[in-house]
Design a protein around this ligand. Structure first.
Ligand code: ATP
Ligand code: MG
Length: 631
């Protein structure tokens, strides 16, 4: 079930909690992978480890990225780092002139055959993963020792110290193709900044990458993990921002999950008081607690290993407001004019950044500058082009607007989509933020329903005579209750109840509509009797209730026929009705009520009063039903 929810990318509103904070936490539970998936991943890592140890003595297979950084999603890719450091050392020592260790070239093929046999057995069996587990356990006792495996390795084929990354990766790919059970679609992608071997593991359905020379990934993964341990708000916030970006088609190769995660962490560093410390503070703390310093590729990657030794943040902001603030902060952020630094926990203005450090001169600047926390000459968002950067801001802007509405903050008592669900609808907040004024779209729909009731149900002649911006004609007024209107807003509710000070309408939707109407028969008299006749003696069934629009039209028809067969030459009376979108509102919410102002000739006032009295009950009810039937 968990996997289903995450893969479909949908959250059922019924499952969602009553508050945005709870929705956010629930989202983590729905998306994170299960314990069995965790075990499955561990098993796969062990499998790779076992195989690679056969060929690369002393090597280590280390998972990084979403499998282990605290932001896992069911089915996410399996990022692996093949650490060949010890193998390199081993090879160097084996090459020393003692001359005893003669590499045997046939050893590799023997080993390959052994694994190929295992693979065949495994892939034929439905329970192969279980068997794989057993196999690994069986192999455990016989795991290859550094010394004993020297003759069994394929190291004689390559000199790790002088081989290029593509050469090593091609060898890794060959080992995977031939010797890792259940692995398919093995492909070395050598053009990427960090070349990888891609694979797909059939039985588990998992896809993954293996890279070498990527120790920094292990460090930054551990750093992300530490951040999740430091404050429990980190995970829900990152999950939501990642998912939001995915739904808005922002996340992808240009702006990937790593970059998005760093942006959230940076945001948390810049709250007052900060929710997360800067990376430089963490490095300093590492020195103070006398932990060993870690330097990778010349970059200081030291930070305390144990989050329990760190002071918790005094910041008490809740998740709901943090998310809203995230969008507010980045809706008009100068991404191009500065470099976002997690090391310092502040944006660094370009001129000073460029002049102040060597890393500055090497960092690839672009429309979105987000410095890696450790590899400071690397812009993790270097692939982001201007269009994506602008779209990111645009989406943040719409999301920020939505987050200011009551619809975001509060569960709707009318069952309308609210909170995160609406935020995740692709394009929904965009519509809200755009000129498209839902209030007026709503008005249009109600007007169409009013015309339908007058024309089709009450058999009035009804001619639309004008649209405009608020002309008023006063005789009497029907105010449709806000509650009634809300109940019909399932599809349009997005436009209602939004704060008045947000985005006025730029589109030319009319705010008023006028019809000239003529009434030909006393359709308000004796309706109950005729309705009973049409319905029969039985009490109203659910089906009949559902068909009441049709029934009411038949009742009017029957009354007209009773009065006279043909239409009289003159109407009983005429009136004008002007519908107007309400612009009043004492609260910050926009008023969704629509005023209907009726005017008639004073000479026809008494008959009109009878009709109007009937309309007061009939019209709102039927408009509501009509809107619901159209929803
Ligand atoms: P996903 O579920 O999308 O795989 P993830 O948490 O694994 O999410 P990735 O974007 O796959 O995130 O990144 C995984 C790791 O790859 C990061 O921890 C980082 O080490 C490395 N990485 C990814 N993108 C970059 C980048 N732009 N610059 C530097 N390192 C990166
Ligand atoms: Mg990944």
């Amino acid at each position: 079930r968990k996997q289903g929810s995450a893969r479909q990318g949908q959250l059922s509103p019924e499952k969602l909690a009553q508050k945005v904070d709870a929705q956010m936490s629930l989202m983590v539970q729905l998306f994170e992978f299960s314990e069995s998936e965790r075990r499955l991943r561990d098993l796969l890592v062990t499998l790779f480890q076992e195989v690679f140890l056969e060929f690369f003595p002393g090597s280590a297979v280390l998972p990084f990225g979403s499998s282990v950084n605290g932001f896992n999603v069911s089915g996410c890719d399996l990022d692996l780092f093949l650490d060949l450091e010890k193998t390199k050392n081993f090879q160097a020592s084996a090459k020393r002139p003692s001359g005893d260790l003669k590499p045997r070239r046939d050893a590799a093929s023997q080993s390959s055959q052994h694994w190929a046999r295992q693979r065949n057995t495994l892939t034929q069996d439905k329970n192969s993963l279980f068997q794989m587990h057993l196999l690994l356990q069986a192999e455990d006792g016989a795991s290859v020792e550094l010394d004993s495996c020297s003759e069994d390795s394929i190291l004689s084929d390559i000199d790790l110290a002088s081989a290029t990354v593509p050469e090593v990766l091609e060898l890794v790919a060959a080992v995977m193709r031939k010797c890792v059970p259940g692995v398919h679609n093995v492909q070395a992608v050598l053009t990427a900044r960090r070349p990888v071997v891609k694979f797909w593991h059939k039985e588990s359905g998992l896809r993954g990458d293996i890279s070498i020379n990527n120790k920094l990934a292990i460090c930054n993964t551990r750093f992300l993990q530490l951040c999740t341990e430091m404050d429990e708000r980190v995970r829900p916030l990152v999950y939501v921002v990642r998912y939001w970006a995915k739904q808005q088609a922002l996340a992808g190769p240009l702006l990937n999950n790593y970059a998005l995660t760093l942006l959230v962490l940076f945001f948390l560093q810049t709250r007052t008081p900060p929710i997360l410390p800067t990376v430089s503070v963490l490095t300093l703390l590492c020195s103070l607690v006398e932990e060993e310093h870690t330097v990778v590729d010349g970059w200081d990657c030291s930070f305390p290993k144990d989050s329990a030794r760190l002071e918790p943040s005094g910041n008490k902001e809740d998740l709901c407001s943090l998310l809203s603030e995230f969008f507010r902060v980045f809706e008009d952020y100068d991404f191009a004019g500065c470099v976002i630094s997690l090391w310092e926990g502040r944006p660094l203005p370009l001129p000073s950044f460029l002049s102040s450090s060597e890393a500055g001169s090497k960092l690839k600047l672009g429309p979105f500058n987000l410095q890696d926390p450790f590899e400071q000459s690397h812009n993790v968002a270097a692939n982001v082009n201007e269009k994506t950067a602008l779209r990111f801001q645009h989406c943040c802007c719409n999301a920020a607007k939505y987050c200011r509405s009551l619809q975001y903050q509060r569960k709707s008592s009318k069952g309308k989509i609210w909170g995160l669900v609406r935020l995740f609808q692709p394009g929904a907040t965009e519509l809200l933020g755009q000129a498209g004024d839902f209030h007026l779209l709503w008005f249009q729909k109600v007007c169409a329903s009013v015309a339908f009731v007058l024309r089709d149900m009450l058999k009035c002649s009804c001619v639309e005579v004008g649209q405009g911006l608020g002309e008023e004609q006063e005789v009497s007024e029907v105010k449709q209750e806000e509650e009634e209107l809300e109940a019909k807003t399932q599809q349009l509710s997005v436009g209602s109840k939004r704060p008045l000070d947000e985005g006025g309408s730029n589109v030319s939707l009319p705010e008023s509509m006028t019809w000239n109407c003529a009434v030909w028969h006393r359709v308000w008299l004796g309706r109950r009797r005729i309705r009973r006749q049409l319905q029969g003696p039985e009490p109203e069934t659910q089906q009949q209730k559902a068909n009441s629009l049709e029934l009411e039209a038949k009742v009017s028809e029957a009354i007209s026929q009773q009065e006279c067969e043909a239409r009289p030459t003159d109407p009983l009376f005429q009136f004008t009705v002007c519908a107007q979108a309400s612009r009043s509102g004492t609260s910050r919410e926009q008023d969704t009520r629509i005023s209907l102002r009726f005017s008639t000739d004073p000479e026809q006032a008494s008959v009109f009063q009878e009709f109007f009295h009937f309309l007061q009950g009939f019209l709102p009810r039927m408009v509501e039903q009509h809107l619901v039937s159209k929803a």
